[in-house]
Design a protein around this ligand. Structure first.
Ligand code: XUL
Length: 523
């Protein structure tokens, strides 16, 4: 038995990968897109659009249906009874609120009804705030005040109180819907919620994802009593246990044995967040390597051996599932912004890439602050992106220049915001859906003036989960798994064009000036 299954429940889709650890091969992979394959949830990008006050919520039943569709699709591609280890990862920060029927329901699932139907009555809050939610500025301030300031919270939890993080979200719920909060007996992250469902019993939270809550003392690896108290009343008993990444949380629930042919007794390892999982899947869990992931959110992250913090307060330190820390910067305007520009001009990805490739690096000085959604790095809420250049360009009349300005703006902003983390890297590992796009990859190589290396698969989150499961349950080391699945020899590499270095230094200066003007005079 050498197969390992990794699951990635991300913002817009749920993906899975099955690896054969003996043969060193990917056996099957598949992805379910929430918007197109579960359209009745009215969540085209994986969340419910147009909620008030910066709220961004998703329906947890959507994740359950997608998980079932994914496993169904995988049974058509491989024999799931050969899977001997399972783990997973989910978009970070989102919280799921459950009542006292939760554990009973998990233990007594009926194999002939959908999970989404059977577990719906356990939800004490019908929808879950996710990482795009920016509704908790007041609660962040209140938590900081109660703790003695932002930096006290940051020193303990690895981040200043942050709007999308679980703690401020829980506080807001406890204030705005006190009765429902009181009837909540368990609050899970999306990762630990799905891990519980797979293992048929209430699962712990791992330190990788748990660090994205403003509740954990990241150095002591346990809930911080003061933070927990400052967040909401009677919160401690509602939180699951915190564990490190090597914990087996249980064995596959009978529901999945009967419905999807998984083998009884298959161990399930604690789930983690998508970014910590991607760190493992990229073969970058040892310090010294930098990963950029171009997904719904764009992120840049790197394993750290020592605890450091971002002086701007926008960056984060999480736990590394392989031990030590993980420094991360998240950009809300990742794929969502690229998709908005693409949709604005009615293009597909092929045309987007063609137009991007035919425009010159530096875009003849035309630039965009590409923030459609409230941005978190830096914190900035624009009504629409800011464009600076010719009149035609500023009026959105030049599709090719607008596309280049969007991607260059994303890359330049990422470079500027992450300088606290590391000295200039010479090579960067690139992953996520948009890393498949050659023209986008070239822009990132040129802006960072660094070689971009990509694995054969862009599914590093699901791969990282499968590798972690194999490490925990099949007696394989992460180093062995890395050499089999993150094979450097098969990496595709994109070199920077050194002749455009000065062009980008100039554009970066102009970009910074525009940014400063917006931050000092917010709209
Ligand atoms: C990280 C973050 C996002 C989500 C969704 O802090 O908010 O990257 O994990 O991918």
């Amino acid at each position: 038995m050498s197969f390992s299954l990794g699951i990635d429940a991300s913002t817009q889709s749920c993906s899975g990968i099955v690896i054969d650890t003996k043969a060193g091969k990917v056996v099957a992979k598949c992805s379910i897109n929430y918007g197109s394959q579960l359209p009745h949830y009215d969540s085209p990008y994986g969340f419910i659009p147009n909620r008030p006050e910066g709220e961004v919520h998703a329906d947890p039943r959507l994740w359950l249906d997608a998980l079932e569709m994914l496993l169904g699709a995988l049974t058509e591609r491989c024999d799931l009874s050969r899977v001997a280890a399972i783990s997973g990862a989910a978009q970070q920060h989102g919280t799921v609120y459950l009542n006292d029927s939760w554990e009973r329901s998990l233990a007594s699932l009926n194999t002939s009804a959908a999970l989404s139907v059977q577990l719906a009555p356990c939800l004490s809050r019908p929808t879950s705030p996710i990482w795009l939610d920016t509704s908790t500025a007041t609660q962040c301030r209140e938590i900081a005040d109660a703790m003695g300031g932002d930096w006290v919270v940051c020193e303990k939890s690895g981040s200043v109180p942050t709007e999308r993080f679980a703690g401020p979200q829980i506080r807001r719920f406890s204030k705005t819907n006190t009765a429902a909060y009181q009837s909540t007996t368990r609050i899970h992250l999306i990762s630990s919620f799905l891990c519980s469902v797979l293992s048929g019993s209430d699962a712990p939270i791992d330190i990788g994802d748990g660090a994205g809550m403003n509740l954990l003392n990241i150095k002591l690896r346990q809930w911080d009593e003061k933070l927990v108290e400052a967040t909401a009343p009677d919160l401690h008993p509602k939180l699951p246990e915190v564990v490190t990444g090597e914990r087996i949380t249980g064995y596959i629930s009978d529901y999945f044995v009967k419905n999807y042919g998984l083998r009884p007794g298959t161990p399930v390892s604690v789930f983690t967040g998508d970014n910590p999982s991607s760190l493992v899947g990229m073969g970058a869990s040892a310090p010294g390597k930098v990963v950029i992931s171009l997904g719904t959110s764009d992120t840049l992250f790197s394993a750290l051996s020592d605890f450091i913090v971002d002086p701007s307060g926008c960056g984060h330190v999480f736990g590394n599932p392989a031990g030590g820390y993980l420094a991360l910067q998240c950009f809300a305007n990742g794929s969502l912004a690229r998709e908005r520009v693409k949709a604005h001009f009615g293009l597909d990805w092929v045309a987007f890439e063609r137009l991007l490739a035919r425009t010159p690096p530096g875009n003849t000085g035309q630039l965009m602050l590409p923030f459609f959604e409230p941005e978190i790095s830096p914190r900035l809420r624009l009504e629409q992106p800011i464009l600076k250049g010719t009149t035609l360009f500023e009026e959105w009349g030049a599709p090719d220049a607008a596309i280049r300005a969007c991607v260059e703006g994303q890359a330049i902003n990422m470079k500027c915001q992450t300088e606290w983390m590391l000295p200039k890297p010479d090579e960067i590992y690139l992953t996520g859906g948009a890393s498949e796009n050659e023209a986008i990859t070239q822009v990132f190589a040129n802006v960072f003036q660094a070689e971009m290396k990509r694995l054969e698969t862009a599914d590093s989150v699901a791969l990282g989960a499968a590798m972690r499961a194999a490490n925990n349950s099949l007696g394989l080391t992460l180093a062995d798994l890395e050499s089999a699945f993150c094979n450097r020899a098969n990496q595709r590499s994109t070199l920077p064009d050194t002749s455009v270095k000065a062009t980008y230094a100039e554009l970066e200066g102009a970009f910074q000036e525009q940014l400063k003007a917006c931050i000092s005079s917010p709209k």
